[in-house]
Design a protein around this ligand. Structure first.
Ligand code: NAD
Ligand code: UGA
Length: 443
């Protein structure tokens, strides 16, 4: 089976690498010349555990090739579209489909009559996009017959950054939206290597597959916001949110996952996908309050974190040094897209605070991010903490969990920690005489 994956980003590159690992011949195509040049030299543009080894191994054995040329799809039986679908710049929250549609246009030029190629959307796209792609294809290639010369399918991706390979190889489920039995057979064959792992492969219509992706992300985002709201209550009334999450999570109907409180959800998907789902409700003139409240709550969350910090540095925050540990939206990634830190840090700087930061995934690109302007970066955690008036833990990197608290206390000017991920506990901190504040309990 020959596969072409268009887009060499977090999803495209992982998809291409994992399918090549299954023994398929894969070509990963991107229009970013620099990225492909680097990939051909086996240099991976992103920080994703395990990805580099997988790419190197399969590129060496020639199962995985890279190219800038979309014409290479001619050789493929299966073509994945895995380009970005960010929010539009209009501010209406809708997903911007210009990259997807531009790829569809490009692909259409090279599809081959009677080859029965399967074009699969892996990008997260709003309901109705698969149908639009079908219509576009009919217009662009009237000589080809849909469901005869080629097929359209939807196969949304559920991997998480930081554990992308494991998620791809051992998914909770694979969702496929199809309009034809033959397309279903091709997809069954494609995912056959997952049979051993008993991963359920669910077949649905195009629209259901598209909505399953958004509904899943929005539901998880809602869980995160819900526990953050409960955390707010605990901070006023007493009670410990972690104990509460444990107590709730023991109910199988609720489950323990995605009940960790924090500075609000970030990343390249939850924020944009909740906005896009809300936009779909609006577009279809359906009143929606639930998804909208999740979006609003999450926006406010970051402001409330700034207020928390301001409060801890009373009477004035101006010229105070804040050691900020972790800027990425979660550990094991260098992805900064919509990280809460990008809202929190500029607000703190505007109030006059000085930020000394550390992140294990730091790379020189971070310096170019305007929200992280004028930060003093440190490659050593203790250096970042030195003489700080407050230590904020923003991302729960493993490197921070084992910090030597005695050294931390000695390094800080004021021994105060605000732990936005609750990686430490109050009793340990008491022993070290460190004033410890977390999320969802009274200090
Ligand atoms: P990304 O921005 O990391 O990568 C997109 C890639 O597509 C870039 O390398 C870009 O150069 C390339 N590209 C854009 N236009 C192109 C074109 N016309 N021809 C060839 N290449 C082109 O994006 P991502 O994070 O991998 O996300 C891709 C899609 O997958 C999005 O819809 C996203 O919502 C979804 N998704 C992402 C994740 C994740 O963890 N990042 C998880 C599940 C689903
Ligand atoms: C998320 C989903 O988990 C994936 O299934 C999905 O494929 C992906 O979005 C996508 O569509 O792109 P990801 O964004 O990589 O994956 O990261 P998550 O682990 O889901 O975390 C998202 C955000 O929620 C992070 O900011 C994280 O810190 C926050 N979060 C998560 C919490 O604050 N508490 C939790 O309990 C869980």
């Amino acid at each position: 089976m020959k596969i072409a994956v268009i887009g060499a980003g977090y999803v495209g590159l992982v998809t291409a690498a994992c399918f090549s690992e299954f023994g398929y011949e894969v070509i990963c195509i991107d229009n970013n010349k620099y990225k492909i040049k680097q990939l051909k030299k086996k240099i991976i543009p992103i920080y994703e555990p395990g990805l580099s080894d997988l790419v190197k191994k399969n590129a060496k054995s020639k199962y995985l090739l890279f190219s800038n040329s979309i014409s290479k799809i001619k050789d493929a039986n299966i073509i994945f579209i895995a380009v970005g679908t960010p929010s539009t710049r209009r501010g209406d929250g809708e997903a911007d489909l210009k990259f997807v549609f531009s790829v569809v246009k490009d692909i259409s030029k090279f599809l081959i009559k009677r080859k029965k190629q399967l074009v699969i959307t892996k990008s997260t796209v709003p309901v109705g996009t698969g149908k639009k792609i079908q219509d576009m294809m009919c217009e662009l290639r009237p000589d080809l017959i849909n469901n005869k010369d080629y097929f359209i399918a939807s196969n949304p991706e559920f991997l998480r950054e930081g554990s992308a390979i494991e998620d791809f190889m051992r998914p909770d489920r694979v969702v496929c939206g199809v309009t034809d039995k033959q397309a279903e057979e091709i997809l069954k064959e494609l995912y056959r290597p997952l049979n051993l792992r008993e991963a359920p492969v669910l077949f649905a219509d195009l629209e259901s597959a598209e909505i399953i992706k958004y509904a899943s992300n929005a539901f998880l985002a809602l869980k995160v916001s819900f526990i953050n709201e409960i955390a707010n209550l605990c901070e006023k009334t007493g009670g410990n949110v972690q104990m509460i999450a444990k107590g709730m999570g023991l109910d199988n109907r609720i489950g323990p996952k995605f009940l960790h409180p924090g500075p609000g959800f970030g990343g390249s998907c939850f924020p944009k996908d909740t906005r896009a789902l809300y936009a779909s409700f609006k577009k279809n003139k359906i009143n929606n309050t639930l998804v909208k409240s999740v979006i609003n709550f999450n926006e406010d969350r970051k402001i409330s974190i700034v207020n928390k910090i301001k409060n801890l540095l009373k009477p004035k925050i101006k010229n105070k040094v804040i050691a900020f540990l972790g800027v990425t939206f979660k550990p094991n990634t260098d992805d900064l897209r919509e990280s809460p830190s990008l809202e929190i840090i500029p607000r703190l700087r505007k109030l006059g605070a000085k930020i000394h930061a550390h992140d294990p995934a730091f790379n020189p690109e971070f310096i170019k991010v305007k929200e992280l302007d004028k930060i003093k970066w440190h490659s050593n955690v203790l250096e970042a903490i030195k003489n700080a008036d407050l230590l904020v833990i923003h991302t729960e990197w493993n490197e921070y969990r084992g910090l030597d608290l005695l050294k931390v206390k000695k390094a800080l000017k004021n021994p105060i920690i605000l732990d936005l991920r609750n990686i430490f506990n109050l009793d340990d901190m008491k022993r070290y005489n460190i004033k410890y504040h977390g999320i969802g309990f009274k200090s």
